[in-house]
Design a protein around this ligand. Structure first.
Ligand SMILES: C[S@@+](CC[C@H](N)C(=O)[O-])C[C@H]1O[C@@H](n2cnc3c(N)ncnc32)[C@H](O)[C@@H]1O
Length: 273
């Protein structure tokens, strides 16, 4: 699904300072994971999948050349100017189609939460193979991927449990907002077979809970920072790691522990074996 203006502007916390809401966007600690994953020889060429400005800024500060690819003209118009670097070229295209057409190889390929946008495991497998084939020798692919974790306790993340935890001050705004979208209505809007989460249904439900007063206007505002009305591919950890293992590369998982979303949104660093 092509990202609409509503989804893009919702993620911006402060337009004048060009700050975005964490959890949906990588925070400083998370950007350091991307930085630390880069190969020692960093002067090469980087491909960024998506317009994530925090990631593009990191790469433009390190790599000699950055190519950023996104299929949304709105995302490009909004976020393009956030990174003003002569080293960057922005391309409006579908990731898989772009990779099918380009002969170039990259020293670094990175994307934040990109696979959740795909239509399922076939599309994800296709993109993973294309990324693998476009890595230069010694190159690295790094991504953050939202998953149904191995130790998933559904009851802990239902919308009622999350609202309780948020109201008691046990979780912060970003922890509440993103977890509510991905797991708050899991039983109702997640299809186990396809691993697709119907986010349109989720946001309709949040809106009606606000209308009935079960969620407050502040809680609605926080939830809306992560609004998306398409479907998200949200595979189990096992399914995702199985798919990664199909390509001949070395995979390392990196996990932070300071935020609750780190339990379901780990990093994967893949290098060509
Ligand atoms: C990178 S993802 C996830 C959000 C991310 N964590 C961020 O920083 O905002 C969102 C972007 O992916 C783009 N996108 C989604 N599917 C795509 C595809 N198949 N090809 C190219 N861009 C795509 C959307 O247009 C959107 O700008």
């Amino acid at each position: 699904m092509v990202w609409e203006a509503e989804f893009i502007t919702a993620r911006i916390a402060n337009p004048a300072r060009r700050l975005r809401h964490e959890a949906g966007s990588p925070n400083t600690e998370e950007i350091e994971v991307y930085r630390n994953a880069l190969p020692a020889e960093r002067e090469g060429c980087c491909l960024v999948l998506g317009m994530t400005p925090e990631l593009r800024a990191l790469m433009a500060g390190i790599c000699a050349e950055v190519v950023s690819v996104d299929s949304s003209a709105v995302a490009i118009a909004e976020y393009g100017p956030w990174v003003a670097s002569p080293r960057e070229t922005i391309v409006e295209a579908d990731w898989s189609r772009f990779l099918q057409q380009i002969g170039q190889r990259f020293d670094v390929i990175a994307g934040d939460g990109i696979f959740g946008n795909l239509s399922g495991s076939d599309a994800a497998g296709q993109l993973l193979r294309a990324i693998h084939d476009h890595l230069a020798p010694g190159g690295v692919f790094v991504t953050r991927m939202a998953l149904v974790p191995e130790a998933f306790e559904e009851a802990r993340w239902t919308w009622t449990a999350l609202a309780e935890q948020f109201r008691a001050g046990d979780i912060g705004e970003a922890e509440f907002g993103l977890t509510l979208r991905l797991f708050g209505f899991f039983r109702r809007f997640y299809d186990v077979e396809s691993a697709m989460l119907d986010c349109a249904g989720v946001y309709q439900e949040i809106a009606s809970l606000c209308e009935s007063g079960a969620l407050s206007m502040r809680e609605r505002e926080i939830a809306w920072r992560y609004v998306f009305r398409g479907k998200n591919w949200l595979p189990t950890e096992t399914a995702w790691e199985g798919l990664l293992a199909e390509n001949a590369w070395l995979v390392t998982r990196r996990e932070l522990r300071s935020k609750s979303w780190h339990a379901y949104y780990p990093f994967y660093v893949c290098s060509r074996a």
